[in-house]
Design a protein around this ligand. Structure first.
Ligand SMILES: [Zn+2]
Length: 270
């Protein structure tokens, strides 16, 4: 069955989509590094953070350049974070996986922008513990906008793009619910719990995936966050005050919902 679906031309297109995805992953790396430092993502052109030498285009080929240079700057030999390779491979793979699920159309375009935003937010949060408004706020608008375009302009019914109503309710459910939880938590404990950045991220997830994705995403993020947090505490001996960044777990939960949500809803509700 699978072999029929994945015929030669599909495999070829998936490969091309992977290459384009990896190239965009290369740009996402620039976004991650520069937004984390509050710099412009367009200027100046790519340069080594250590020696400032510009990176020529043939040293900027996704995945391949990293492997050829063995993860080091050609000019000064400074080690380049393996994150660059990881993000390029991940973006390429997710783009190819999306193509295999929905083909190339508005649903692909919408979902890929969403996935790219999740990747950038995850790695910035891992790096500097900030969920950048520069991604989440335009992301909320984009999610709602794509639901309107799919419904009224393109008339492309898709399981992946929610109805405009579901997208708006998603923004309210994601933003509103977490805002309430954070407010109550702060009132009860006097501690700041969930950050405002996580709340805006959840509003963005609701905008792109619709309101039913919110409880699922929170549940999966809390579950994986607890398991991994416990593991980190056991391995490193960190105390109970260990604070993991929560946004990457929310992003993984949202991505699982994007790729497997329909199957799971069909499984539970027939
Ligand atoms: Zn250098």
């Amino acid at each position: 069955m699978m072999a029929d679906v994945l015929n030669d031309s599909t495999a070829l297109t998936a490969t091309i989509v992977f290459v384009f995805g990896a190239m965009l992953g290369s740009f996402l790396n620039v976004c991650i590094a520069r937004i984390a430092k509050g710099e412009s993502v367009v200027r100046p052109p790519s340069h080594c953070p250590k020696c400032n030498n510009p990176i020529s285009f043939f040293d900027n080929i996704p995945i391949i350049s990293f492997l050829i240079l063995l993860g080091r700057c050609r000019s000064c030999g400074e080690r380049i974070s393996p994150r660059y390779l990881f993000v390029e491979v991940l973006t390429g793979l997710l783009a190819a996986a999306l193509y295999c699920q929905v083909g190339l159309g508005l649903a692909f375009f919408t979902a890929f922008i969403f996935v790219a935003a999740l990747i950038v937010i995850s790695f910035i949060d891992l790096d500097v513990r900030i969920v950048p408004d520069a991604i989440s706020l335009p992301g909320i608008l984009a999610g709602v906008l794509f639901s309107l375009i799919a419904r009224y302009l393109v008339d492309e019914p898709s399981d992946i793009i929610p109805s405009p109503l579901s997208a708006l309710l998603g923004v309210l459910a994601g933003g509103g619910f977490l805002f309430a939880v954070a407010w109550i938590y702060e009132r009860l404990t006097g501690l700041e719990g969930m950050g405002g950045g996580d709340i805006k991220l959840l509003a963005m997830i609701g905008a792109f995936l619709g309101w039913p994705s919110i409880p699922f995403t929170i549940f999966l993020a809390s579950l994986t966050g607890s398991v991994i947090g416990l593991g980190v505490m056991l391995v490193t001996g960190a105390g109970r005050r260990l604070a993991l960044p929560f946004a990457p777990f929310l992003c993984v939960g949202a991505a699982v919902h994007l790729f497997f949500g329909r199957e799971m809803i069909a499984f539970y509700f027939g």
